[in-house]
Write a protein that binds this ligand. Structure first.
Ligand code: ZN
Length: 142
């Protein structure tokens, strides 16, 4: 078992208390609302994609620290990425979240490694994944 303190590492607390990239876009090219009924977490994600690159990304949300910190850390990684690169990042994160045995965090995830402890709590994995599945839907347009 992972200790509670490992679940709420300093960086997660920091991101949940002062989320980066918070706000709304007036004319987003992509937008999606994500909801995690197990915990009550909500994310509204706004994207501006131009020339196949994510030019701007903002979100508004409410819910637990894990869901909001995950959204905040995700948005930090997105700016400037192509939609194809974003899709790869989503896949990498999902695989890592579901593989509890994986000791090493894929390097491409950067600070998101702080969510490592979440993998021991299947219910909290849903919280961590919310922003990512919301992004997936936003980009695929369904
Ligand atoms: Zn949650």
């Amino acid at each position: 078992m992972v200790e509670e303190e490992d679940l709420y590492r300093e960086i997660i607390v920091d991101h949940s208390q002062s989320p980066r990239n918070q706000g709304t876009l007036e004319k987003p090219t992509h937008q999606h609302h994500g909801y995690n009924p197990l915990c009550g977490d909500e994310i509204e994600l706004y994207l501006e994609v131009g020339e196949d690159r994510i030019q701007q990304v903002l979100f508004q949300g409410s819910g637990c620290a894990i869901s909001q910190a995950s959204a905040s850390m995700l948005t930090q990684q997105l700016k400037g990425k192509t939609t194809a690169e974003a899709a790869v990042l989503i896949g990498t994160f999902k695989d890592w979240m579901k593989d509890r045995q994986a000791q090493e965090c894929p390097e491409s995830l950067g600070d998101i490694e702080a969510l490592s402890g979440v993998r021991s709590y299947p219910v909290r994995v849903k919280c961590a994944l919310l922003a990512w599945t919301t992004l997936e839907h936003a980009l695929s347009g369904d």
